[in-house]
Design a protein around this ligand. Structure first.
Ligand code: ZN
Length: 282
């Protein structure tokens, strides 16, 4: 199983990636065997290893199991470049192929005598790229919510003139967070409509330290936090949304937090890492 093949240099890994990608993207122009032969004659890569690179690339793109192993460096390089050259979804497909490979190698096969091989390095890479996928997903969804709230602000700015108007509208839009509604021919998530109005109602200020971030275009940036988490059907109401600066928002999410409603939910007392703040909710 472990071969006497020579070690592959980083440069050879890079060249093998480029060739494997070319073969995959230009079907019918070059056979796998011919491409492996070129990698061998031009770059001195062992022909069997070159074939492995080309086949593994195809499995990574299709999400199917591959049996031969790549070095940690080579797998890292392949995943990094698939993420760069293709999309997040494609990286997800590659990770599913990698997980099938990990399971195949870890299980071994008693019938054929193939021994289980632990896959710590491959599991580490799998976790690393899974985190990259998750981070970029949450960043892009935050961005689009933010953009949507700005658009709501512009579309509704002249509709609601004072706090009484705003409050009535917030109550109207607060329920059923997943529903999509139309305002001036544009579709918005109802939740983002309510949050945009709450930000305006509370003057875009952190309810703990009273600051907001001035943007280059003169508008102000502030974040909305759900007291009862969004994932637990927490709604975008004046009683459930508080406005926080990025620092206080992170502290609220990550710190030792205690929340107590007071005065029939007119106020909430939030204790963040031992310090209590009283926030107005109406
Ligand atoms: Zn703050």
């Amino acid at each position: 199983m472990t071969s006497s093949r020579q070690k592959v240099t980083p440069e050879q890994v890079h060249l093998a990636y480029d060739k494997a990608k070319y073969v995959y993207e230009n079907p019918g122009t070059i056979t796998k065997a011919a491409a492996a032969n070129e990698l061998h004659s031009e770059h001195k890569i062992n022909e069997g290893t070159a074939k492995d690179f080309i086949r593994i690339f195809q499995h990574l793109r299709k999400g199917s199991v591959f049996k031969r192993a790549l070095s940690e460096y080579a797998m890292d390089y392949f995943l990094f470049n698939i993420n760069r050259d293709y999309s997040n979804d494609d990286l997800q497909t590659s990770l599913s192929a990698l997980m099938k490979h990990i399971v195949y190698r870890e299980e071994g096969n008693p019938k054929t005598g193939r021994k289980p091989v632990s896959q710590h390095a491959m599991r580490r890479l799998h976790r690393k790229y899974l985190m990259i996928i998750n981070n970029s997903k949450s960043e892009s969804s935050q961005l689009s919510d933010e953009a949507e709230q700005e658009a709501v602000h512009e579309k509704t700015y002249s509709t609601y003139r004072d706090k009484i108007d705003l409050k009535r509208a917030i109550e109207e839009y607060a329920n059923y967070p997943l529903e999509v509604i139309t305002i001036s021919n544009t579709l918005f998530k109802r939740n983002n409509v309510a949050i945009a109005l709450i930000k305006r109602y509370r003057n875009y200020k952190c309810q703990i330290c009273k600051i907001s971030i001035k943007k280059a275009d003169g508008s102000e940036y502030i974040e909305a936090a759900h007291i009862e988490p969004h994932s637990q059907a927490g709604r975008a109401t004046l009683h459930n949304i508080i406005l926080l600066c990025p620092n206080h928002h992170k502290e609220f999410d990550l710190g030792k937090t205690d929340v107590r409603y007071a005065n029939n939910r007119d106020f909430v007392e939030i204790t963040l890492n031992g310090k209590t703040h009283k926030l107005l909710l109406h």
